[in-house]
Design a binder for this molecule. Structure first.
Ligand code: ATP
Length: 444
């Protein structure tokens, strides 16, 4: 049993609306606090005390930015979005995803702030509602999405916004950035979470195979169709259908996909009855769909249908601050009986410097490989691949001097943190050649 602590600080403003509000919020199921316009926490309800309050750290009368972020200044002065500032300007609600310090450690929290006006229309106080975000972890975690960098949080905030709706979601990102994991998180944060989550890998399927996989077939529809078969659309009934690599769907099948999405109906191969579909669509691709559209390789009508809510997943090199957290998470996932590994400083430095063209999948694989070499349980730089030799081929940076090669080169230069000599080694170029290429591209 939690003791019922008096809800309000002694200095509650003498505004009737605020007094009434505080007693109203006391038994709300969601954690809520009342703040004065100067960031002071005036009151907290029971749900807040349970989820965020710690016995040894008083929060009433304290500044919200100090309690939630351990900052000495308001969030907007610490490089973050401050919902109070926004709500003050718009005089309306503002919602933002933040990482808060909680008794359990850092956690993703959705913060919604509403201004309370007094009889003269002045802002007397703010009510802040906090919702723990369960789709991702800001601490090392044995499963699911992990991340806390600004780039990751941007994608997570978009996921949180769209998940409860029925809107189709389009996940855009390089291979290995976590598209499937994000798709699953959209499903799990939606009202369909108790329904099925069905993955359709659209790559490498011929047109006929794709159609029968998706829509199913009647008995005798073609040679070998010895029984009626339900398709994946039927399997996804009441849940989420995830079309992975949608950029690989053959043109002729794109029409059928469009019809399915627009009308919510389809026919089994060889069938005449109209079937009714009931799924939420999430699609993903690493391909440039707009460019493919311009080249006539992807139907614009299908593109506009699926791209209502695009979410761009950052490449790992755009969220390097997450590398230690991801490493800790993957190390936690050791099989029972396997020794716990640690990472030495030289290895961590090399891992943070690498460009990760294969993103998080590559990181996992590198770690699995290092595990085999780390006889004493310590991963060192020597246990990592020799990237300086292998990378130019993987990136095609050194090999190609123009076209995409130039873009790759510029990107590699922009993303690299280190000296010129290290950059040359990283790209597999001599320092002289590197300098010539930088100059040729106006980057020197
Ligand atoms: N944010 C994350 N936190 C923890 N693990 C992650 C995260 N993102 C991706 N992973 C892991 O990285 C690997 C690749 O992720 P996933 O298969 O979802 O990527 P993808 O973008 O769908 O790749 P592809 O385009 O090649 O299908 C998986 O093992 C997944 O568990």
């Amino acid at each position: 049993m939690h003791p019922i602590i008096p809800i309000a600080a002694d200095n509650l403003p003498n505004v009737p609306q605020v007094q009434a509000l505080v007693s109203f919020l006391q038994h709300e199921a969601q954690p809520m606090i009342v703040l004065d316009p100067d960031y002071n926490i005036l009151a907290a309800n029971i749900a807040y005390q349970r989820q965020f309050g710690s016995v040894d750290k008083p929060y009433l009368g304290q500044k919200c930015f100090r309690i939630s972020h351990h900052y000495e200044v308001p969030c907007d002065q610490a490089g973050e979005h401050c919902p109070m500032r926004q709500a003050r300007l718009s005089r309306g609600p503002d919602r933002v995803l933040h990482i808060h310090h909680t008794p359990r450690g850092p956690e993703h929290v959705e913060v919604e702030l509403r201004p309370i006006l007094d009889a003269h229309g002045e802002i007397a106080a703010y009510v802040e509602r906090l919702t723990l975000v369960r789709s991702a972890s800001a601490r090392p975690s044995g499963a699911g999405l992990v991340g806390r960098s600004a780039a990751f949080n941007g994608a997570l905030a978009a996921l949180q916004r769209v998940a409860p709706s029925m809107l189709p979601v389009l996940l855009l990102g390089e291979s290995g950035t976590g598209k499937e994991l994000f798709a699953r998180a959209v499903h799990e944060a939606s009202e369909r979470a108790s329904g099925p989550f069905v993955v359709v890998d659209c790559s490498g399927l011929t047109e006929t195979l794709f159609e029968s996989e998706l829509f199913g077939h009647e008995k005798g529809a073609f040679t070998g169709a010895t029984a009626l078969k339900q398709g994946l659309v039927a399997t996804a009934q009441g849940g989420t259908l995830f079309l992975d690599e949608i950029g690989d769907v053959p043109l002729a099948m794109q029409v059928k996909l469009l019809r399915l999405i627009e009308s919510g109906t389809y026919r089994r191969v060889g069938g005449i009855d109209t079937q009714h579909a009931n799924f939420r669509l999430v699609a993903a691709t690493h391909k440039p769909l707009r460019q493919m559209m311009a080249q006539g390789l992807f139907r614009p009508d299908l593109y506009y249908r699926i791209s209502a809510f695009p979410i761009r997943l950052p490449a790992l090199r755009e969220r390097r601050d997450d590398i230690p957290l991801l490493l800790q998470s993957f190390l936690q996932r050791a099989l029972p009986g396997q020794p716990r590994l640690t990472i030495e400083a030289d290895a961590l430095e090399a891992l943070q410097r690498h460009d990760w063209p294969g993103n998080i999948r590559e990181l996992r694989n590198v770690l699995e490989r290092a595990r085999l070499f780390a006889d004493d349980g310590k991963i060192r730089a020597a246990h990592l691949p020799h990237w300086d030799e292998a990378e130019p081929a993987a990136h095609g940076v050194a090999a190609r001097a123009d076209g995409d090669g130039a873009a790759d080169f510029a990107r590699a230069v922009a993303a690299f943190r280190g000296t010129r000599a290290e950059l040359a080694a990283h790209l597999g170029l001599s320092e002289r050649t590197l300098y010539r290429r930088l100059k040729a591209q106006g980057l020197a």
